[in-house]
Design a protein around this ligand. Structure first.
Ligand SMILES: [Zn+2]
Length: 301
């Protein structure tokens, strides 16, 4: 297997998701294991040691559904990248109790040898997984929590290879179209900063993530300031079916500025795109509410 073969195998991990439902379990385990390999020189880890970190990763970056780290720990094996061994040699399956009784997971020996011999491959694997599964605004937070330093691994010359794997192309005009549609104003708070003639601190946010078939269209986008872009992607804020802003009950801000910039916005109508531009599509709003938003939403006072 050469580098391309391994990347292809990593790129094909997705099918554990059912339709548009997010199941980032395997990708998060991969990122975590890459971090172990980087820090300890080996990806091998007991389930009991990995469990709390994976649980936190799933809690923070997974959809708002009850789940267990046991699923990826067991099921990643079927992708030919991961092997679990138990003290008695009998498969523990995804039974938490059995996994806790001494099960150890590690990258497949050939995969680990390839990663060790080629630091650029590890960086490409990480980028491939992150690009396939999460919006860019979350990549750094995920790597920090998982203990992976991608930049440290990265070989800049190798990065272009990632592009070869991505068959769907992003629309380069998407950002500009969305910013024009929303007249360069954050749809949540109205922020409209510019540096000279250029909008600054504003971006086009996908409501349904690009990695989950979210199209590069105005009816799947909001023009948001950097803060609200991040909070939308993290599921701290969302959009209700009536196109008002929702704020998660898990989100807390104690200072006045957090009150003004976030809590006070709960229940407020989103900014509209200018006339002639489509409003947000119901299906995309629903997807975000289901797959990203950390419900329940705060009551609107
Ligand atoms: Zn804003």
């Amino acid at each position: 297997m050469d580098r391309g073969d391994w990347l292809q195998r990593v790129g094909q991990i997705r099918p554990w998701t059912r339709g548009a439902e997010r199941a980032p379990h395997k990708p998060l385990l991969l990122i975590y294991a890459l971090g172990r390999l980087q820090r300890h020189g080996s990806s091998a880890v007991s389930f009991t040691e990995a469990e709390p970190v994976l649980a936190e990763l799933l809690e923070e970056f997974g959809p708002n559904r009850a789940t267990t780290p046991a699923y990826p720990f067991h099921h990643l094996q079927s992708d030919g990248l991961w092997v679990v061994t138990t003290p008695d040699g009998i498969s523990a399956g995804s039974a938490v109790r059995k996994l806790r009784a001494g099960a150890v997971g590690a990258f497949d020996a050939d995969f680990e040898a390839a990663l060790r011999g080629d630091p650029g491959l590890a960086a490409l694997v990480a980028r491939t997984v992150l690009d396939h599964e999460f919006p860019e605004s979350l990549h750094a937070d995920i790597c920090t929590l998982a203990g992976l330093d991608v930049e440290g691994l990265e070989v800049s010359a190798a990065r272009s290879r990632v592009g070869e794997l991505v068959t769907r192309r992003r629309d380069p005009l998407f950002r500009e179209r969305v910013l024009v549609a929303y007249e360069y104003r954050c749809a949540m708070c109205g922020f409209d900063g510019a540096l000279g003639r250029d909008a600054v601190g504003l971006d086009a946010a996908h409501v349904r993530w690009w990695a989950f078939e979210g199209p590069d269209t105005v009816d799947n986008a909001l023009c948001l300031c950097a803060l609200h872009d991040k909070l939308l992607d993290r599921g701290a804020m969302g959009v209700a079916a009536d196109r008002t802003v929702t704020v998660s009950r898990r989100f807390v801000a104690r200072a006045d500025v957090g009150q003004t910039l976030v809590l006070d916005l709960a229940g407020r109508p989103l900014g509209h795109p200018q006339s002639g531009e489509p409003a947000l599509h119901d299906g995309h709003i629903e997807w975000h509410a289901q797959e990203v938003f950390h419900g329940p939403a705060r009551a609107v006072s």
